[in-house]
Design a protein around this ligand. Structure first.
Ligand code: PMP
Length: 361
């Protein structure tokens, strides 16, 4: 098989993105919403779908969706760019502003796709380290920006997988130091009490990325967007494939925005459950819980993290195992589920952590 064509040299060592799926009853490993979208939304969307001319390409400019989004966040429509999940937004940003002889700055541990897509687009990766509390140290960040002049600097807030919400001010510090884009990934922004959305203006190269996958319970439809200066959106539109966003997804996003009240109630319920999980986890001996502003919680077990993960799986609960990751030794990430799922997780965890069952009552 030596005559098989080879991929690009720089891609050969690259590993695919893996998030193992197992057939268990409680799945708390991929930060999805545990709730289906409201049935009224599904009916309204299905009704609207009948009006789509399937033989025609979708609206290339996704005008209805962008107008509805712009109104809901109080930004001009020209500052909104939509794509197939926020992953495609990130990819389009890197295709446009990254590439050969350019670099992207990431602060690890963070969302693996930032550096993964950077590499796929031929963009160099500059790795900054987060502080012990997983925040980005502004002084260290400025030094890295000055030294490497990245074309794109990623700030993930709340950060996946740590849940850390970046203190107000870090975005400004980065913007003041950087000549390139500052991309704030707010895939979990609705669960936090701080957002950079209102900071986006024409004057600064700030991009804020969001998704319909989590809060809006629409992970299956792949819909994400960013808010960016008009001059950034215009460049992204040149790079993204024509007609990339299916009519069904555009329509789902537009219709979903009419159900803001229902979605806000879901966010509030998940935030309450997150707080309950954090409180309960803090009582389990040998567990360190990291503060989270997202719909998941990172915890460190004292002992063998992978063994605890396996014991949870044996009890029908799947969480994400980060125990083998650099900087995340013995860490597991649990997505906030329904109260029943969270109870199942807590019960399984108490049984899975050595010494916890008796110590915790
Ligand atoms: N950004 C972050 C930080 C994420 O955790 C995820 C999903 N895991 C995404 C972006 C991508 O989400 P989607 O493509 O579903 O919008």
């Amino acid at each position: 098989m030596s005559d098989r064509p080879l991929p690009r040299d720089d891609l050969r060592a690259l590993e695919g993105y893996h998030s193992p799926q197992l057939d268990v009853s409680v799945r708390l490993n991929t930060n999805e919403s545990p709730y289906a979208p409201p049935p009224e939304f599904v009916d309204a969307w299905l009704d609207a779908l009948r009006g789509i001319e399937l033989n025609r390409y979708p609206d290339r400019g996704a005008r209805d969706l962008r107008a509805a989004l712009a109104e809901s966040i109080g930004q001009p429509v020209e500052r909104v760019f939509c794509a197939n999940g926020s992953n495609e937004v990130l990819q389009t940003l890197l295709l446009t502003y990254g590439g050969a002889s350019r670099s992207a700055l990431v602060f690890e541990p963070s969302y693996a796709l930032h550096s993964h897509i950077a590499r796929i687009t031929g963009t160099g990766v500059v790795t900054g380290e987060r502080a012990d509390d997983f925040t980005v140290d502004p002084g260290a960040a400025v030094r890295l920006v000055r030294e490497h002049d990245p074309a794109v600097a990623f700030l993930c807030s709340p950060n996946n997988p740590t849940g850390t919400v970046e203190p107000a001010g870090t975005v400004d510090v980065l913007l003041d130091a950087a000549a390139g884009l500052v991309v704030v990934d707010e895939a979990y922004g609705e669960f936090a009490d701080r957002s950079a959305l209102d900071l986006v203006t024409e004057a600064r190269p700030l991009v804020v990325v969001r998704t319909f996958s989590k809060v809006w319970s629409l992970a299956a439809l792949r819909l994400g967007f960013c808010v960016a200066p008009t001059w950034v959106v215009e460049e992204l539109e040149k790079v993204v494939l024509p007609y990339h966003l299916p009519a069904a997804s555009q329509l789902a996003g537009t219709v979903a925005l009419g159900y803001r009240t229902e979605m806000d109630a879901r966010v509030a319920a998940l935030v309450r459950e997150r707080q309950r999980l954090e409180t309960e986890l803090a009582t389990v001996p040998g567990i360190t819980v990291f503060p989270s502003g997202a719909n998941f919680v990172l915890l460190r077990v004292h002992g063998d993290g992978h063994a605890v993960w396996q014991r949870l799986v044996d009890r029908g609960v799947l969480v994400r195992d980060f125990s083998g990751w650099p900087r995340l030794e013995e860490c597991l990430r649990v997505t906030v589920g329904t109260p029943e799922e969270n109870d199942a997780f807590l019960t399984a965890l108490r049984a899975a952590v050595p010494g916890a069952e008796s110590g915790n009552g």
